[in-house]
Design a protein around this ligand. Structure first.
Ligand SMILES: [Zn+2]
Length: 384
């Protein structure tokens, strides 16, 4: 049976006001301007808000008090939490941890990818943030947990992930990294750069080897200098590179958000959360990544003040981008179509026939009213 959703519809190319979307099963079958046919039963009235594609988060470590490093129940809990933030698909992201913990977390995430919760956001694979990082830019990783890039390590990570390894964040300038980048790219894994001291030349070599994305732009990487453009300068200049940004108002200044958007354009710039378990949960002291993290005033920090992920939600990231001056349609694209394309997912991120019916209704303050995943209303849930 069809579901007809009636209201303002934001497609990639137009704003249908009013418009409608017809959903059948898991997919969108038609999108039109004006009112739906008179005999269209089973309507959802969304005329007091805006219907946008479900958000896709390429970088998330936890939310709602659950930690993606700690096993399959937590992965399911995060999946069920995310629809209230408008997120309908996510790339569970590991942190750099002791090696057996990393392999265990990967196996647990892979199990949920294989058998996702139909009432939650869909895990679309695994993103490994490390362990092949620079000792100069470890973020919150402990030095002993960082590993030189090696094929044996890649083999073990792959074995734990099964077919679900989708993305690896690494430092391309570390000896051995270029061969590992080539090997990962050959098997279709997205190689992304961060926690890196790469010079401009090292970024060119990384691009040549197949790296094509920059993790949390400007954070944990060599900065911009006019005579040595560094890691960030390389990613900004190389046309093959897309970037992701943590738009929480803490990790980058609004002016940097605008600069990134002007340089890369919305089609090469994804909004991500890099959320840690306290996102959407109470402020306080959390155990995260084997360390104590203080969550207060919209940021998560280690005792020495270093940032330890964020407490951002995807709906809030869109609002922050809009407040920085980015047009709403492009901010929505940066949270949906662009990350889907970067991850190689061609079945979501757009309100168009044939696409998955992953939809969100936002109110005029860009807050989530309801979320549909694969044609099924999952938030607010029947049980609240
Ligand atoms: Zn992260």
């Amino acid at each position: 049976m069809s579901i007809w959703i009636v209201g303002d519809v934001l497609t990639p190319t137009s704003h249908l006001c009013p418009g409608y979307i017809r959903v059948e099963g898991e997919h969108i079958v038609s999108v039109g301007a004006g009112e739906p046919p008179h005999d269209a039963a089973n309507r959802i009235d969304a005329r007091r808000g805006l219907i946008v594609p479900g958000f896709v988060d390429l970088h998330i470590h936890g939310a709602g008090g659950s930690d993606l490093m700690s096993g399959s129940d937590d992965v399911r809990a995060v999946s069920r939490f995310l629809p209230r933030t408008g997120c309908t698909a996510f790339l569970p992201t590991t942190i750099t941890a002791p090696w057996p913990d990393t392999l265990g977390a990967i196996a647990a995430i892979a199990k949920v990818c294989q058998d996702p919760d139909p009432a939650g956001a869909q895990p679309i694979g695994i993103h490994l943030e490390g362990p092949f990082l620079s000792h100069r830019w470890p973020g919150m990783a402990v030095a002993d947990w960082i590993r030189p890039p090696d094929f044996e390590g890649v083999r073990a990570l792959r074995a734990a992930a099964g077919s679900w390894l989708r993305s690896v964040t690494l430092a391309p300038e570390v000896p051995g990294a270029l061969a590992v980048i080539e090997e990962l790219c050959r098997s279709g894994v997205l190689v992304s750069v961060a926690h890196s001291d790469a010079s401009y030349d090292a970024m060119c070599a990384a691009a040549e080897a197949g790296a094509r994305h920059l993790t949390h732009a400007f954070n944990a990487m060599r900065g911009l200098h006019h005579r040595e453009p560094g890691t960030i300068g390389g990613a900004l200049d190389l046309p093959s590179f897309s970037v992701e940004v943590i738009a929480d108002g803490v990790h980058v200044h609004p002016a940097i958000l605008r600069l990134l958007w002007r340089i890369k354009g919305w089609r090469c710039m994804a909004l991500v959360t890099d959320a840690m378990p306290a996102a959407g949960a109470r402020e306080g002291v959390y155990a995260f990544g084997g360390q104590e993290v203080v969550v207060h005033g919209g940021s998560a920090r280690l005792a020495d003040g270093r940032l330890a992920g964020s407490v951002l939600r995807m709906d809030r990231a869109v609002a922050v981008a809009v407040a920085a001056g980015i047009p709403l349609s492009e901010a929505v694209g940066m949270a949906s179509l662009t990350p889907a394309m970067i991850a190689g997912l061609t079945d979501r991120g757009q309100l168009a026939p044939g696409f998955r019916a992953d939809l969100v209704m936002l109110d005029t303050d860009l807050r989530v009213v309801w979320t549909m995943v694969g044609g099924r209303l999952v938030w607010p849930s029947v049980n609240g």
